[in-house]
Write a protein that binds this ligand. Structure first.
Ligand SMILES: *[C@@H]1O[C@H](CO)[C@@H](O)[C@H](O)[C@H]1NC(C)=O
Ligand SMILES: *[C@@H]1O[C@H](CO)[C@@H](O)[C@H](O)[C@H]1NC(C)=O
Ligand SMILES: *[C@@H]1O[C@H](CO)[C@@H](O)[C@H](O)[C@H]1NC(C)=O
Ligand SMILES: *[C@@H]1O[C@H](CO)[C@@H](O)[C@H](O)[C@H]1NC(C)=O
Ligand SMILES: *[C@@H]1O[C@H](CO)[C@@H](O)[C@H](O)[C@H]1NC(C)=O
Ligand SMILES: *[C@@H]1O[C@H](CO)[C@@H](O)[C@H](O)[C@H]1NC(C)=O
Length: 549
Protein backbone atom coordinates (compact mmCIF):
# COMPACT_ATOMS: atom_id res chain seq x y z
CA UNK A 1 0.00 0.00 0.00
CA UNK A 2 2.72 2.38 1.00
CA UNK A 3 4.87 1.35 -1.90
CA UNK A 4 1.99 1.92 -4.31
CA UNK A 5 1.47 5.36 -2.84
CA UNK A 6 5.14 6.17 -3.31
CA UNK A 7 5.11 4.92 -6.87
CA UNK A 8 2.06 7.00 -7.70
CA UNK A 9 3.57 10.09 -6.20
CA UNK A 10 6.73 9.50 -8.08
CA UNK A 11 4.88 9.07 -11.34
CA UNK A 12 2.84 12.23 -10.71
CA UNK A 13 5.99 14.16 -10.07
CA UNK A 14 7.51 12.74 -13.14
CA UNK A 15 4.44 13.71 -15.19
CA UNK A 16 4.51 17.23 -13.86
CA UNK A 17 8.17 17.40 -14.45
CA UNK A 18 7.79 16.25 -17.98
CA UNK A 19 4.79 18.34 -18.93
CA UNK A 20 6.49 21.51 -17.76
CA UNK A 21 10.01 20.78 -18.73
CA UNK A 22 9.16 18.99 -21.91
CA UNK A 23 6.86 21.66 -23.24
CA UNK A 24 9.36 24.30 -22.31
CA UNK A 25 12.15 22.40 -23.99
CA UNK A 26 10.09 21.76 -27.06
CA UNK A 27 9.13 25.40 -27.36
CA UNK A 28 12.74 26.42 -26.92
CA UNK A 29 13.88 24.07 -29.60
CA UNK A 30 11.16 25.10 -32.04
CA UNK A 31 11.88 28.78 -31.41
CA UNK A 32 15.55 28.15 -31.83
CA UNK A 33 14.93 26.40 -35.08
CA UNK A 34 12.69 29.19 -36.35
CA UNK A 35 15.26 31.80 -35.41
CA UNK A 36 18.07 29.79 -36.86
CA UNK A 37 16.78 28.55 -40.16
CA UNK A 38 13.57 30.60 -40.38
CA UNK A 39 14.90 33.60 -42.30
CA UNK A 40 16.68 31.54 -44.89
CA UNK A 41 13.69 29.26 -45.10
CA UNK A 42 11.27 32.11 -45.69
CA UNK A 43 13.67 33.73 -48.08
CA UNK A 44 13.85 30.49 -49.99
CA UNK A 45 10.09 30.19 -49.85
CA UNK A 46 9.46 33.72 -51.05
CA UNK A 47 12.26 33.77 -53.58
CA UNK A 48 10.93 30.74 -55.29
CA UNK A 49 7.72 32.75 -55.75
CA UNK A 50 9.33 36.02 -56.80
CA UNK A 51 9.39 36.64 -60.49
CA UNK A 52 12.04 38.89 -61.94
CA UNK A 53 9.33 41.54 -62.25
CA UNK A 54 9.03 41.68 -58.49
CA UNK A 55 12.74 42.27 -57.99
CA UNK A 56 12.56 45.42 -60.11
CA UNK A 57 9.32 46.45 -58.46
CA UNK A 58 10.65 45.98 -54.96
CA UNK A 59 13.83 47.87 -55.84
CA UNK A 60 11.74 50.77 -57.11
CA UNK A 61 9.53 50.93 -54.04
CA UNK A 62 12.65 50.82 -51.83
CA UNK A 63 13.96 53.86 -53.67
CA UNK A 64 10.63 55.70 -53.35
CA UNK A 65 10.03 55.01 -49.64
CA UNK A 66 12.06 58.07 -48.68
CA UNK A 67 9.55 60.29 -50.48
CA UNK A 68 6.26 58.88 -49.22
CA UNK A 69 5.87 61.31 -46.31
CA UNK A 70 6.73 64.31 -48.46
CA UNK A 71 4.28 63.14 -51.10
CA UNK A 72 1.55 62.81 -48.46
CA UNK A 73 2.13 66.46 -47.54
CA UNK A 74 2.18 67.43 -51.23
CA UNK A 75 5.78 68.56 -50.85
CA UNK A 76 6.77 66.10 -53.57
CA UNK A 77 5.03 64.45 -56.51
CA UNK A 78 5.79 60.82 -57.31
CA UNK A 79 4.95 59.40 -60.72
CA UNK A 80 5.76 56.05 -62.22
CA UNK A 81 6.53 55.75 -65.91
CA UNK A 82 3.96 54.97 -67.23
CA UNK A 83 1.66 56.74 -64.80
CA UNK A 84 -0.19 54.52 -62.32
CA UNK A 85 -3.66 54.97 -60.98
CA UNK A 86 -4.02 57.69 -58.37
CA UNK A 87 -0.88 59.49 -59.53
CA UNK A 88 -0.93 63.03 -60.82
CA UNK A 89 0.58 63.93 -64.12
CA UNK A 90 2.54 67.09 -63.40
CA UNK A 91 5.48 67.12 -65.78
CA UNK A 92 8.89 66.70 -64.14
CA UNK A 93 10.54 70.07 -64.58
CA UNK A 94 13.52 72.00 -63.35
CA UNK A 95 14.44 75.62 -63.91
CA UNK A 96 16.00 78.67 -62.32
CA UNK A 97 14.78 81.61 -64.35
CA UNK A 98 17.74 81.47 -66.76
CA UNK A 99 16.82 78.17 -68.36
CA UNK A 100 14.17 75.53 -67.87
CA UNK A 101 13.89 71.89 -68.80
CA UNK A 102 11.23 69.22 -68.95
CA UNK A 103 13.18 66.27 -67.54
CA UNK A 104 13.06 63.85 -70.46
CA UNK A 105 15.85 62.55 -72.75
CA UNK A 106 14.34 64.28 -75.79
CA UNK A 107 13.66 67.66 -74.20
CA UNK A 108 15.41 70.76 -75.45
CA UNK A 109 16.78 73.45 -73.14
CA UNK A 110 14.31 76.33 -72.87
CA UNK A 111 15.48 79.90 -72.57
CA UNK A 112 13.76 83.19 -71.85
CA UNK A 113 11.33 84.67 -74.30
CA UNK A 114 9.66 87.62 -72.59
CA UNK A 115 8.04 86.67 -69.31
CA UNK A 116 8.64 82.93 -69.44
CA UNK A 117 11.18 80.29 -70.44
CA UNK A 118 9.61 79.11 -73.65
CA UNK A 119 12.21 79.45 -76.39
CA UNK A 120 13.63 76.00 -77.22
CA UNK A 121 17.30 75.59 -78.09
CA UNK A 122 17.81 72.29 -79.86
CA UNK A 123 20.31 71.00 -77.38
CA UNK A 124 19.10 68.02 -75.33
CA UNK A 125 21.24 67.70 -72.23
CA UNK A 126 19.58 64.77 -70.43
CA UNK A 127 21.91 61.78 -70.12
CA UNK A 128 20.35 58.35 -69.88
CA UNK A 129 21.95 55.10 -68.88
CA UNK A 130 20.99 52.05 -70.88
CA UNK A 131 21.71 48.52 -69.84
CA UNK A 132 22.85 46.92 -73.07
CA UNK A 133 22.55 43.25 -72.28
CA UNK A 134 19.06 41.86 -72.65
CA UNK A 135 17.96 42.90 -69.20
CA UNK A 136 14.62 44.20 -70.40
CA UNK A 137 13.01 47.54 -69.83
CA UNK A 138 13.64 48.99 -66.39
CA UNK A 139 10.84 49.90 -64.01
CA UNK A 140 10.95 53.64 -63.70
CA UNK A 141 9.67 56.47 -61.50
CA UNK A 142 10.24 60.22 -61.27
CA UNK A 143 9.90 62.38 -58.17
CA UNK A 144 9.78 66.15 -58.19
CA UNK A 145 10.72 67.36 -54.74
CA UNK A 146 9.34 70.86 -54.42
CA UNK A 147 10.99 71.64 -51.10
CA UNK A 148 14.58 71.17 -52.26
CA UNK A 149 14.11 71.87 -55.96
CA UNK A 150 15.51 68.54 -57.13
CA UNK A 151 14.03 66.09 -59.64
CA UNK A 152 14.83 62.44 -58.90
CA UNK A 153 14.56 59.55 -61.33
CA UNK A 154 15.00 55.85 -60.60
CA UNK A 155 15.36 52.94 -62.99
CA UNK A 156 15.33 49.42 -61.61
CA UNK A 157 16.26 46.39 -63.73
CA UNK A 158 15.06 42.89 -63.08
CA UNK A 159 18.68 41.84 -62.53
CA UNK A 160 18.73 43.98 -59.39
CA UNK A 161 20.85 46.70 -60.99
CA UNK A 162 19.48 50.22 -60.55
CA UNK A 163 20.25 53.77 -61.63
CA UNK A 164 19.47 56.88 -59.56
CA UNK A 165 19.43 60.33 -61.15
CA UNK A 166 19.20 63.78 -59.64
CA UNK A 167 18.59 66.83 -61.78
CA UNK A 168 18.58 70.49 -60.87
CA UNK A 169 18.97 73.89 -62.44
CA UNK A 170 21.35 75.41 -59.93
CA UNK A 171 19.91 78.34 -57.99
CA UNK A 172 23.08 80.17 -56.95
CA UNK A 173 25.03 79.42 -60.16
CA UNK A 174 22.16 80.00 -62.55
CA UNK A 175 24.09 79.09 -65.70
CA UNK A 176 24.54 75.52 -64.50
CA UNK A 177 22.42 72.43 -65.02
CA UNK A 178 23.47 69.51 -62.81
CA UNK A 179 22.91 65.80 -63.44
CA UNK A 180 24.11 63.43 -60.75
CA UNK A 181 23.91 59.81 -61.82
CA UNK A 182 24.64 56.80 -59.66
CA UNK A 183 24.62 53.24 -60.95
CA UNK A 184 24.39 50.62 -58.21
CA UNK A 185 25.17 47.00 -58.90
CA UNK A 186 24.19 44.77 -55.96
CA UNK A 187 24.46 41.60 -58.07
CA UNK A 188 27.31 39.16 -58.50
CA UNK A 189 27.68 39.95 -62.19
CA UNK A 190 29.72 42.68 -63.87
CA UNK A 191 27.76 45.08 -66.07
CA UNK A 192 28.74 47.45 -68.80
CA UNK A 193 26.27 50.22 -69.56
CA UNK A 194 25.78 52.77 -72.32
CA UNK A 195 25.62 56.49 -71.62
CA UNK A 196 23.42 58.32 -74.09
CA UNK A 197 22.93 62.02 -74.62
CA UNK A 198 21.10 63.36 -77.63
CA UNK A 199 22.94 66.70 -77.62
CA UNK A 200 22.40 68.76 -80.78
CA UNK A 201 19.58 68.01 -83.20
CA UNK A 202 18.44 70.32 -85.94
CA UNK A 203 20.41 73.40 -84.85
CA UNK A 204 22.09 74.30 -88.15
CA UNK A 205 23.83 77.47 -86.97
CA UNK A 206 25.55 75.71 -84.10
CA UNK A 207 29.29 75.26 -84.29
CA UNK A 208 31.13 73.09 -81.84
CA UNK A 209 34.60 72.88 -80.39
CA UNK A 210 36.25 70.84 -77.70
CA UNK A 211 37.97 72.33 -74.69
CA UNK A 212 39.46 71.10 -71.44
CA UNK A 213 38.60 71.96 -67.88
CA UNK A 214 40.68 70.85 -64.99
CA UNK A 215 38.92 69.32 -62.02
CA UNK A 216 39.02 66.26 -59.80
CA UNK A 217 42.81 66.18 -60.30
CA UNK A 218 42.49 65.59 -64.01
CA UNK A 219 41.83 67.21 -67.35
CA UNK A 220 38.35 66.65 -68.72
CA UNK A 221 36.99 67.24 -72.18
CA UNK A 222 33.98 69.45 -72.71
CA UNK A 223 32.10 70.32 -75.86
CA UNK A 224 31.10 73.90 -76.58
CA UNK A 225 28.12 74.54 -78.89
CA UNK A 226 27.37 78.08 -79.97
CA UNK A 227 24.68 79.17 -82.38
CA UNK A 228 21.71 81.42 -82.85
CA UNK A 229 18.04 80.88 -82.18
CA UNK A 230 15.33 82.89 -83.94
CA UNK A 231 12.88 84.75 -81.72
CA UNK A 232 9.34 83.88 -82.87
CA UNK A 233 7.30 86.64 -84.51
CA UNK A 234 10.22 89.05 -84.68
CA UNK A 235 13.34 89.53 -86.79
CA UNK A 236 15.60 89.20 -83.77
CA UNK A 237 17.82 86.33 -82.83
CA UNK A 238 19.43 85.19 -79.58
CA UNK A 239 23.06 84.08 -79.41
CA UNK A 240 23.32 80.95 -77.29
CA UNK A 241 26.31 79.03 -76.01
CA UNK A 242 26.05 75.68 -74.24
CA UNK A 243 28.92 73.71 -72.75
CA UNK A 244 28.52 70.12 -71.67
CA UNK A 245 30.89 67.47 -70.44
CA UNK A 246 32.01 64.92 -73.02
CA UNK A 247 30.97 61.49 -71.87
CA UNK A 248 32.60 58.16 -72.30
CA UNK A 249 30.28 55.82 -74.13
CA UNK A 250 30.55 52.86 -71.81
CA UNK A 251 30.57 52.56 -68.03
CA UNK A 252 31.71 49.37 -66.33
CA UNK A 253 30.11 48.63 -63.00
CA UNK A 254 31.61 45.63 -61.25
CA UNK A 255 29.66 43.30 -59.04
CA UNK A 256 28.77 44.65 -55.59
CA UNK A 257 29.91 48.14 -56.42
CA UNK A 258 28.62 51.40 -57.84
CA UNK A 259 29.63 54.18 -60.20
CA UNK A 260 28.83 57.87 -60.00
CA UNK A 261 28.83 60.32 -62.86
CA UNK A 262 28.31 64.06 -62.63
CA UNK A 263 27.45 65.93 -65.80
CA UNK A 264 27.47 69.71 -65.68
CA UNK A 265 26.04 71.82 -68.49
CA UNK A 266 26.54 75.58 -68.70
CA UNK A 267 24.17 77.89 -70.58
CA UNK A 268 24.63 81.54 -71.46
CA UNK A 269 22.77 83.63 -74.00
CA UNK A 270 22.25 87.17 -75.17
CA UNK A 271 19.22 89.42 -75.16
CA UNK A 272 17.32 89.42 -78.46
CA UNK A 273 19.65 91.07 -80.99
CA UNK A 274 19.63 91.78 -84.69
CA UNK A 275 21.12 89.08 -86.87
CA UNK A 276 24.01 91.36 -87.85
CA UNK A 277 25.04 91.72 -84.20
CA UNK A 278 25.32 87.95 -83.89
CA UNK A 279 28.97 87.75 -84.93
CA UNK A 280 30.01 89.88 -81.94
CA UNK A 281 27.65 88.24 -79.48
CA UNK A 282 28.67 84.75 -80.44
CA UNK A 283 32.10 85.31 -78.91
CA UNK A 284 30.73 87.07 -75.85
CA UNK A 285 28.23 84.37 -74.83
CA UNK A 286 30.79 81.66 -75.56
CA UNK A 287 33.34 83.28 -73.28
CA UNK A 288 30.72 83.87 -70.57
CA UNK A 289 29.56 80.26 -70.74
CA UNK A 290 33.18 79.15 -70.34
CA UNK A 291 33.61 81.45 -67.33
CA UNK A 292 30.51 80.02 -65.72
CA UNK A 293 31.63 76.47 -66.36
CA UNK A 294 35.12 77.15 -65.03
CA UNK A 295 33.71 78.47 -61.78
CA UNK A 296 31.24 75.61 -61.48
CA UNK A 297 33.77 72.81 -61.96
CA UNK A 298 36.04 74.35 -59.35
CA UNK A 299 33.16 74.18 -56.89
CA UNK A 300 31.33 71.03 -57.89
CA UNK A 301 33.19 68.72 -55.56
CA UNK A 302 32.47 70.65 -52.43
CA UNK A 303 29.58 69.64 -50.28
CA UNK A 304 28.15 73.15 -50.39
CA UNK A 305 27.57 72.91 -54.15
CA UNK A 306 24.31 71.04 -53.69
CA UNK A 307 23.52 72.53 -50.28
CA UNK A 308 23.56 76.07 -51.67
CA UNK A 309 20.91 75.12 -54.20
CA UNK A 310 18.74 73.29 -51.68
CA UNK A 311 18.96 76.15 -49.18
CA UNK A 312 17.68 78.68 -51.69
CA UNK A 313 14.59 76.58 -52.35
CA UNK A 314 14.03 76.12 -48.62
CA UNK A 315 14.21 79.89 -48.19
CA UNK A 316 11.82 80.51 -51.05
CA UNK A 317 9.24 78.22 -49.44
CA UNK A 318 9.54 79.86 -46.03
CA UNK A 319 6.57 81.96 -47.10
CA UNK A 320 3.68 79.80 -48.20
CA UNK A 321 0.22 78.45 -47.67
CA UNK A 322 -1.29 75.32 -46.15
CA UNK A 323 -4.87 74.57 -47.06
CA UNK A 324 -7.04 71.82 -45.62
CA UNK A 325 -7.91 69.05 -48.08
CA UNK A 326 -11.28 69.23 -49.76
CA UNK A 327 -12.85 66.28 -51.52
CA UNK A 328 -15.18 68.47 -53.58
CA UNK A 329 -14.61 67.61 -57.22
CA UNK A 330 -13.67 71.12 -58.35
CA UNK A 331 -11.72 72.08 -55.22
CA UNK A 332 -8.16 73.36 -55.52
CA UNK A 333 -5.96 71.41 -53.14
CA UNK A 334 -2.37 71.56 -51.91
CA UNK A 335 -1.07 69.31 -54.68
CA UNK A 336 -2.14 71.69 -57.45
CA UNK A 337 -1.14 74.79 -55.49
CA UNK A 338 2.35 73.50 -54.68
CA UNK A 339 2.96 72.23 -58.22
CA UNK A 340 1.83 75.53 -59.73
CA UNK A 341 4.02 77.53 -57.37
CA UNK A 342 6.99 75.27 -58.15
CA UNK A 343 6.66 75.78 -61.91
CA UNK A 344 6.35 79.53 -61.50
CA UNK A 345 9.33 79.80 -59.16
CA UNK A 346 11.34 77.63 -61.56
CA UNK A 347 10.78 80.18 -64.30
CA UNK A 348 11.76 83.19 -62.21
CA UNK A 349 15.36 83.99 -61.31
CA UNK A 350 16.34 84.63 -57.73
CA UNK A 351 19.08 87.27 -58.05
CA UNK A 352 18.92 87.82 -54.29
CA UNK A 353 20.47 84.37 -53.91
CA UNK A 354 22.76 84.26 -56.91
CA UNK A 355 26.51 84.44 -56.46
CA UNK A 356 27.38 87.12 -58.93
CA UNK A 357 24.84 89.65 -57.71
CA UNK A 358 26.62 92.66 -56.21
CA UNK A 359 25.90 93.80 -52.64
CA UNK A 360 24.40 97.01 -53.94
CA UNK A 361 22.08 95.16 -56.31
CA UNK A 362 21.01 92.83 -53.48
CA UNK A 363 20.09 95.81 -51.30
CA UNK A 364 18.03 97.23 -54.16
CA UNK A 365 16.24 93.92 -54.62
CA UNK A 366 15.56 93.60 -50.91
CA UNK A 367 13.96 97.03 -51.05
CA UNK A 368 11.48 96.02 -53.71
CA UNK A 369 10.64 93.03 -51.53
CA UNK A 370 9.63 95.35 -48.66
CA UNK A 371 7.66 97.66 -50.87
CA UNK A 372 4.51 95.71 -51.56
CA UNK A 373 2.00 98.59 -51.53
CA UNK A 374 -0.98 97.74 -53.73
CA UNK A 375 -0.28 94.00 -53.87
CA UNK A 376 -2.48 92.01 -54.27
CA UNK A 377 -5.14 94.13 -55.89
CA UNK A 378 -7.49 91.53 -57.35
CA UNK A 379 -9.98 88.96 -56.13
CA UNK A 380 -8.57 86.02 -54.27
CA UNK A 381 -6.92 83.77 -56.80
CA UNK A 382 -7.89 80.48 -55.17
CA UNK A 383 -11.30 81.15 -56.66
CA UNK A 384 -10.00 82.07 -60.15
CA UNK A 385 -10.50 78.80 -62.00
CA UNK A 386 -8.66 79.86 -65.16
CA UNK A 387 -5.42 80.22 -63.18
CA UNK A 388 -5.57 76.60 -62.00
CA UNK A 389 -4.87 74.69 -65.15
CA UNK A 390 -3.82 71.25 -66.17
CA UNK A 391 -0.05 70.86 -65.74
CA UNK A 392 0.46 67.73 -67.78
CA UNK A 393 2.33 69.14 -70.78
CA UNK A 394 5.01 71.76 -71.21
CA UNK A 395 2.49 73.99 -72.98
CA UNK A 396 0.09 73.74 -70.03
CA UNK A 397 2.87 74.72 -67.66
CA UNK A 398 4.04 77.63 -69.76
CA UNK A 399 0.49 78.93 -70.20
CA UNK A 400 -0.12 78.73 -66.44
CA UNK A 401 3.15 80.45 -65.56
CA UNK A 402 2.58 83.19 -68.09
CA UNK A 403 -0.99 83.85 -66.87
CA UNK A 404 0.04 83.93 -63.24
CA UNK A 405 2.96 86.31 -63.75
CA UNK A 406 0.80 88.59 -65.85
CA UNK A 407 -1.98 88.57 -63.24
CA UNK A 408 0.38 89.35 -60.37
CA UNK A 409 2.05 92.11 -62.32
CA UNK A 410 -1.18 93.78 -63.36
CA UNK A 411 -2.75 93.49 -59.93
CA UNK A 412 -0.28 95.70 -58.13
CA UNK A 413 2.54 93.28 -57.41
CA UNK A 414 5.03 94.59 -60.01
CA UNK A 415 7.40 95.76 -57.27
CA UNK A 416 7.49 92.38 -55.60
CA UNK A 417 8.07 90.72 -58.96
CA UNK A 418 11.18 92.85 -59.43
CA UNK A 419 12.70 91.13 -56.40
CA UNK A 420 12.65 87.83 -58.29
CA UNK A 421 11.47 84.49 -56.92
CA UNK A 422 11.26 85.66 -53.28
CA UNK A 423 8.90 88.42 -54.36
CA UNK A 424 6.84 86.09 -56.51
CA UNK A 425 6.19 83.75 -53.57
CA UNK A 426 5.05 86.71 -51.47
CA UNK A 427 2.78 87.97 -54.23
CA UNK A 428 1.24 84.55 -54.84
CA UNK A 429 0.52 83.91 -51.20
CA UNK A 430 -1.01 87.37 -50.77
CA UNK A 431 -3.17 86.69 -53.82
CA UNK A 432 -4.46 83.36 -52.50
CA UNK A 433 -6.19 85.15 -49.65
CA UNK A 434 -6.79 88.51 -51.33
CA UNK A 435 -4.44 89.98 -48.76
CA UNK A 436 -3.45 93.51 -49.74
CA UNK A 437 -0.96 96.10 -48.64
CA UNK A 438 -2.80 99.34 -48.90
CA UNK A 439 -2.16 102.72 -47.40
CA UNK A 440 0.16 101.58 -44.58
CA UNK A 441 -1.75 98.52 -43.54
CA UNK A 442 -2.21 94.93 -44.56
CA UNK A 443 -5.84 93.93 -45.04
CA UNK A 444 -7.44 90.56 -45.49
CA UNK A 445 -10.01 91.12 -48.16
CA UNK A 446 -11.90 87.92 -48.50
CA UNK A 447 -15.67 87.62 -48.19
CA UNK A 448 -16.54 85.52 -45.12
CA UNK A 449 -18.60 83.19 -47.32
CA UNK A 450 -15.36 81.87 -48.88
CA UNK A 451 -13.89 80.90 -45.52
CA UNK A 452 -15.13 77.33 -45.42
CA UNK A 453 -11.71 75.68 -45.27
CA UNK A 454 -8.75 75.99 -42.93
CA UNK A 455 -5.80 78.02 -44.15
CA UNK A 456 -2.40 78.93 -42.80
CA UNK A 457 -0.59 81.81 -44.47
CA UNK A 458 2.92 81.47 -43.19
CA UNK A 459 5.50 84.21 -42.88
CA UNK A 460 4.09 87.04 -44.93
CA UNK A 461 6.69 89.79 -45.14
CA UNK A 462 5.58 93.04 -43.60
CA UNK A 463 8.13 95.76 -44.25
CA UNK A 464 11.72 95.13 -43.47
CA UNK A 465 11.86 92.81 -40.52
CA UNK A 466 8.43 91.43 -39.78
CA UNK A 467 6.79 88.11 -40.61
CA UNK A 468 3.08 87.60 -40.03
CA UNK A 469 1.33 84.25 -39.70
CA UNK A 470 -2.41 84.25 -40.33
CA UNK A 471 -4.46 81.14 -39.61
CA UNK A 472 -8.09 80.60 -40.56
CA UNK A 473 -9.89 77.89 -38.63
CA UNK A 474 -13.43 76.80 -39.45
CA UNK A 475 -15.15 75.86 -36.20
CA UNK A 476 -17.79 73.25 -35.46
CA UNK A 477 -20.57 75.77 -36.14
CA UNK A 478 -19.04 76.40 -39.61
CA UNK A 479 -17.98 79.90 -38.64
CA UNK A 480 -14.39 80.85 -39.22
CA UNK A 481 -12.09 82.55 -36.76
CA UNK A 482 -8.68 84.08 -37.43
CA UNK A 483 -5.48 83.73 -35.47
CA UNK A 484 -2.63 86.15 -36.01
CA UNK A 485 0.93 85.83 -34.71
CA UNK A 486 4.14 87.67 -35.50
CA UNK A 487 6.88 85.27 -36.35
CA UNK A 488 9.45 88.03 -36.17
CA UNK A 489 9.06 91.77 -35.71
CA UNK A 490 11.02 94.96 -35.37
CA UNK A 491 8.32 97.09 -33.77
CA UNK A 492 4.80 96.94 -32.32
CA UNK A 493 2.09 95.79 -34.64
CA UNK A 494 -1.65 95.99 -34.12
CA UNK A 495 -4.61 94.23 -35.66
CA UNK A 496 -8.34 94.70 -35.67
CA UNK A 497 -11.18 92.70 -37.15
CA UNK A 498 -13.93 93.43 -39.71
CA UNK A 499 -14.29 97.17 -40.24
CA UNK A 500 -12.20 97.80 -37.10
CA UNK A 501 -15.35 97.73 -34.96
CA UNK A 502 -13.37 96.55 -31.93
CA UNK A 503 -10.28 98.05 -30.30
CA UNK A 504 -6.91 97.36 -31.92
CA UNK A 505 -5.04 94.42 -30.40
CA UNK A 506 -1.28 94.37 -29.91
CA UNK A 507 0.22 91.45 -31.82
CA UNK A 508 3.07 89.23 -30.66
CA UNK A 509 4.51 85.76 -30.92
CA UNK A 510 1.40 84.33 -29.21
CA UNK A 511 -1.55 83.71 -31.50
CA UNK A 512 -4.30 86.30 -31.03
CA UNK A 513 -7.84 85.32 -31.96
CA UNK A 514 -10.16 87.46 -34.08
CA UNK A 515 -13.76 86.67 -34.97
CA UNK A 516 -14.76 86.96 -38.62
CA UNK A 517 -17.38 89.66 -38.92
CA UNK A 518 -19.65 90.24 -41.84
CA UNK A 519 -20.21 93.96 -42.17
CA UNK A 520 -22.47 96.17 -44.24
CA UNK A 521 -21.02 97.31 -46.57
CA UNK A 522 -18.52 94.45 -46.77
CA UNK A 523 -15.00 95.43 -45.65
CA UNK A 524 -11.80 93.57 -45.05
CA UNK A 525 -12.09 91.03 -42.25
CA UNK A 526 -8.72 91.90 -40.73
CA UNK A 527 -6.39 94.90 -40.66
CA UNK A 528 -2.77 94.82 -39.52
CA UNK A 529 -0.49 97.83 -39.09
CA UNK A 530 2.35 99.19 -36.98
CA UNK A 531 0.75 102.63 -37.03
CA UNK A 532 -1.65 102.62 -34.11
CA UNK A 533 -2.93 106.11 -34.90
CA UNK A 534 -3.73 104.99 -38.43
CA UNK A 535 -5.72 102.13 -37.02
CA UNK A 536 -7.66 104.39 -34.64
CA UNK A 537 -8.40 106.63 -37.60
CA UNK A 538 -9.56 103.70 -39.68
CA UNK A 539 -11.94 102.83 -36.91
CA UNK A 540 -13.49 106.23 -36.96
CA UNK A 541 -13.68 106.57 -40.70
CA UNK A 542 -15.20 103.25 -41.70
CA UNK A 543 -18.84 103.75 -40.82
CA UNK A 544 -20.62 100.50 -40.93
CA UNK A 545 -22.61 98.07 -38.94
CA UNK A 546 -22.06 94.48 -38.21
CA UNK A 547 -24.49 92.01 -39.71
CA UNK A 548 -25.30 89.26 -37.31
CA UNK A 549 -26.05 86.10 -39.25
C1 LIG B 1 34.26 41.17 -62.64
O1 LIG B 1 35.41 41.93 -62.96
C2 LIG B 1 36.49 41.70 -62.06
C3 LIG B 1 37.63 42.64 -62.45
O2 LIG B 1 37.74 42.78 -63.81
C4 LIG B 1 36.92 40.26 -62.14
O3 LIG B 1 37.97 40.02 -61.21
C5 LIG B 1 35.72 39.40 -61.78
O4 LIG B 1 36.09 38.03 -61.93
C6 LIG B 1 34.53 39.70 -62.66
N1 LIG B 1 33.39 38.97 -62.17
C7 LIG B 1 32.59 38.28 -62.97
C8 LIG B 1 31.43 37.60 -62.33
O5 LIG B 1 32.77 38.22 -64.17
C1 LIG C 1 25.54 85.41 -69.23
O1 LIG C 1 26.70 85.70 -68.45
C2 LIG C 1 26.81 87.07 -68.05
C3 LIG C 1 28.14 87.24 -67.36
O2 LIG C 1 28.22 86.44 -66.24
C4 LIG C 1 25.66 87.42 -67.15
O3 LIG C 1 25.74 88.76 -66.76
C5 LIG C 1 24.36 87.16 -67.89
O4 LIG C 1 23.27 87.39 -67.01
C6 LIG C 1 24.31 85.73 -68.40
N1 LIG C 1 23.13 85.57 -69.23
C7 LIG C 1 22.13 84.79 -68.89
C8 LIG C 1 20.98 84.75 -69.80
O5 LIG C 1 22.17 84.12 -67.88
C1 LIG D 1 2.08 71.92 -50.04
O1 LIG D 1 0.72 71.86 -49.68
C2 LIG D 1 0.44 71.51 -48.33
C3 LIG D 1 -1.08 71.51 -48.17
O2 LIG D 1 -1.61 72.75 -48.49
C4 LIG D 1 1.12 72.45 -47.39
O3 LIG D 1 0.93 72.04 -46.06
C5 LIG D 1 2.61 72.52 -47.68
O4 LIG D 1 3.23 73.47 -46.87
C6 LIG D 1 2.83 72.86 -49.14
N1 LIG D 1 4.24 72.80 -49.44
C7 LIG D 1 4.99 73.87 -49.66
C8 LIG D 1 6.41 73.62 -49.98
O5 LIG D 1 4.54 74.99 -49.59
C1 LIG E 1 31.53 86.56 -60.84
O1 LIG E 1 32.13 87.42 -59.90
C2 LIG E 1 33.50 87.18 -59.70
C3 LIG E 1 33.98 88.13 -58.65
O2 LIG E 1 32.99 88.44 -57.73
C4 LIG E 1 34.26 87.37 -60.99
O3 LIG E 1 35.61 87.07 -60.79
C5 LIG E 1 33.71 86.46 -62.03
O4 LIG E 1 34.32 86.72 -63.28
C6 LIG E 1 32.25 86.65 -62.19
N1 LIG E 1 31.80 85.61 -63.08
C7 LIG E 1 31.00 85.81 -64.08
C8 LIG E 1 30.69 84.64 -64.91
O5 LIG E 1 30.52 86.88 -64.33
C1 LIG F 1 16.02 97.16 -42.80
O1 LIG F 1 16.49 96.91 -41.48
C2 LIG F 1 17.87 97.07 -41.31
C3 LIG F 1 18.21 96.70 -39.88
O2 LIG F 1 17.25 97.13 -39.01
C4 LIG F 1 18.24 98.50 -41.66
O3 LIG F 1 19.63 98.67 -41.53
C5 LIG F 1 17.82 98.81 -43.09
O4 LIG F 1 18.08 100.17 -43.40
C6 LIG F 1 16.34 98.55 -43.26
N1 LIG F 1 15.98 98.73 -44.66
C7 LIG F 1 14.88 99.34 -45.04
C8 LIG F 1 14.65 99.39 -46.49
O5 LIG F 1 14.09 99.82 -44.27
C1 LIG G 1 4.71 80.96 -38.12
O1 LIG G 1 4.64 79.88 -39.05
C2 LIG G 1 5.83 79.15 -39.18
C3 LIG G 1 5.64 78.13 -40.30
O2 LIG G 1 4.47 77.40 -40.13
C4 LIG G 1 6.16 78.50 -37.85
O3 LIG G 1 7.36 77.76 -37.97
C5 LIG G 1 6.31 79.58 -36.79
O4 LIG G 1 6.56 78.99 -35.54
C6 LIG G 1 5.05 80.44 -36.74
N1 LIG G 1 5.30 81.52 -35.82
C7 LIG G 1 4.47 81.82 -34.83
C8 LIG G 1 4.88 82.95 -33.95
O5 LIG G 1 3.43 81.23 -34.65
Amino acid sequence: MELLEILRKWKRNLDNYFTYRRTFLLITIVFGLILYIGPSFFRWLSQSNISVEDIAERCLSDRLTAFYFSAEDFNANIQHVPLRSGEKLYIPYTGNGVFGLHVHPESPILIRNGRILSLPVNFHPIVSVASSMGSGKPHEAVVVHYLNGIVYKYQCYSSGLYVSYQYYAHRTLPAIFVQDIKITNPTNENFSLDLRQLKVTDWPTAVSQTMNFEHDSGNHEYEVFTGLVKVPSSNDVVAVSIISKKLTQLVQVQSYSSATIQVLTAVNYSEPISETAYATWKDIVEKQAMDHMRRAVSRANRHSFREDHVNVWAQLWSTGITISYSKASDAINGDKINATMYYILSQVASPLHEENTTKQKKAELANSLFYAEGCFGGYHTLQATNLWRELSTLDDVNTAVSLWLLTLEKQGCHNLLKAGASGVVQAMVLSFGALRFSNQHLEFNIHPKYLHRDYVFRRLNYGNMTHVNITVIVQEDNKAVLYVALDRSDKSYYACDGGCLDDPVLLGPQKKMFPVKLTDPVTAILYITYDKQHMEDLRHTIHLKEIVE
